[in-house]
Ligand binder design. Structure first.
Ligand SMILES: NC(=O)C1=CN([C@@H]2O[C@H](COP(=O)(O)OP(=O)(O)OC[C@H]3O[C@@H](n4cnc5c(N)ncnc54)[C@H](OP(=O)(O)O)[C@@H]3O)[C@@H](O)[C@H]2O)C=CC1
Ligand SMILES: O=C[C@H](O)[C@@H](O)[C@@H](O)[C@H](O)C(=O)O
Length: 322
């Protein structure tokens, strides 16, 4: 079984470890049984960090997978796992944060999560999780209110750490200007096609762990593309080194000093995605990758998640920072 390297992030108990690779739990095709089976399989091959969200509808199945893993003795205690979930936009208001994390914990069957993230800097003026969010119910987030709610979740012990997702530097700076507990993590789109060099520098300077999502471009999903797996530069390097393009992408991300969450429910690919630690990229290979033309893919405007309006356009513009 592969042992995944860890780093530390700030938490309610000082610095806590977080595995640098997490298993993504967003799926547009697999049902609960597959999600539960994937959790068990992932634990068997060495994953200890699972990344879910209220949006994904997979919290319950992740919780069931954890119960089964304990029952089968694959892990001795829940404390061996690192569980991340996220606050969806329909609860992005100060007084709705605590009820939202409590719902997530109930779904997961857990007393605490390890990391709770504000999923997007966006508020949905509706109770239900309705996708796509109609443009008339998309509003600007009051981040001070929401962040105070997040801090309360940590203070009450419902999460060990708090952070954000899809936040650009200026929005993080706003949080830092009033936060009692600064964000420990910022989870964003990142891969060799969208390298996030400046955001990475910004996060490092502010002791925020950047976590890459869609590290393979989410190939094969309704929100993804094939431009990472079909990139010529990555294909040439993969061929030369006898690795897969996925491994080259993941190794490159790892070498940027960040963490990542990658989704595979297939045992062979789960293992392949962990097999990136006993080899490295050369200076020349890194140099070639640094010259790949950059293209962001995840835009809220016109995405599967939101109808376009001014608020989503502003978030997209913010996140185009490079
Ligand atoms: N905070 C946010 O806004 C977002 C967070 N996320 C999080 O990040 C996680 C990972 O990102 P995601 O968008 O799922 O995309 P990924 O880049 O992880 O790609 C997942 C896709 O790639 C396939 N795949 C996995 N491994 C390989 C491989 N070695 N070779 C070829 N294909 C492979 C998977 O299929 P298969 O399962 O069949 O292997 C799946 O279709 C999500 O699951 C979610 O937890 C994602 C998007 C946004
Ligand atoms: O187009 C946008 C994407 O679908 C994105 O909003 C979702 O993928 C979501 O953030 C997630 O976490 O999975």
């Amino acid at each position: 079984m592969v042992s995944i390297p860890e780093t530390t992030i700030s938490s309610s108990n000082g610095r806590r470890t977080i595995p640098l690779i997490g298993m993504g739990m967003a799926t547009d095709k697999e049902g609960s049984d597959k999600v539960k089976a994937a959790v068990l399989e992932a634990i068997k091959v060495g994953y200890r960090h699972f990344d879910t969200a209220a949006l994904y509808g997979t919290e319950t199945a992740v919780g069931e997978g954890i119960v089964e893993a304990l029952r089968q003795g694959l892990i001795k205690s829940r404390a061996e796992l690192f569980i991340t979930t996220k606050l969806w936009c329909n609860s992005a208001e100060g007084h709705l944060v605590l009820p939202a994390i409590k719902r997530s914990l109930q779904n997961l069957g857990l007393e605490y999560v390890d990391l709770y993230l504000v999923h997007w800097p966006l508020k949905q003026n509706q109770d239900e999780i309705k996708i796509p969010i109609p443009k008339e119910s998309i509003a600007a987030i009051n981040i001070k209110d929401v962040w105070e709610g997040m801090e309360k979740c940590q203070t009450l012990g419902l999460t060990k750490s708090i952070g954000v997702s899809n936040f650009a530097p200026r929005r993080i700076e706003e949080i830092l200007s009033f936060a009692k507990i600064p964000p420990a993590v910022n989870q964003v789109e990142m891969n060799p096609i969208w390298q996030q060099k400046k955001l990475n520098e910004f996060c490092k300077k502010n002791d925020i762990l950047l976590t890459a999502y869609s590290p393979l471009g989410a190939s094969g999903t309704i929100w993804g593309h094939n431009r990472v797996l079909e990139c010529d530069v990555l294909q040439d390097i993969a061929k030369y080194k006898g690795k897969t393009v996925a491994q080259i992408s993941l190794r490159w991300i790892y070498e940027q000093g960040v963490s990542f969450v990658v989704k595979s429910f297939n045992t062979k690919r789960m293992k392949q995605n962990l097999d990136i630690f006993d080899w490295s990229l050369t200076e020349e290979e890194l140099n070639k990758i640094s010259h790949i033309p950059q293209r962001k893919h995840i835009y809220l405007n016109g995405s599967v998640v939101t109808e376009p309006n001014d608020v989503t356009a502003e978030i997209d513009a913010d996140l185009s920072y490079q």
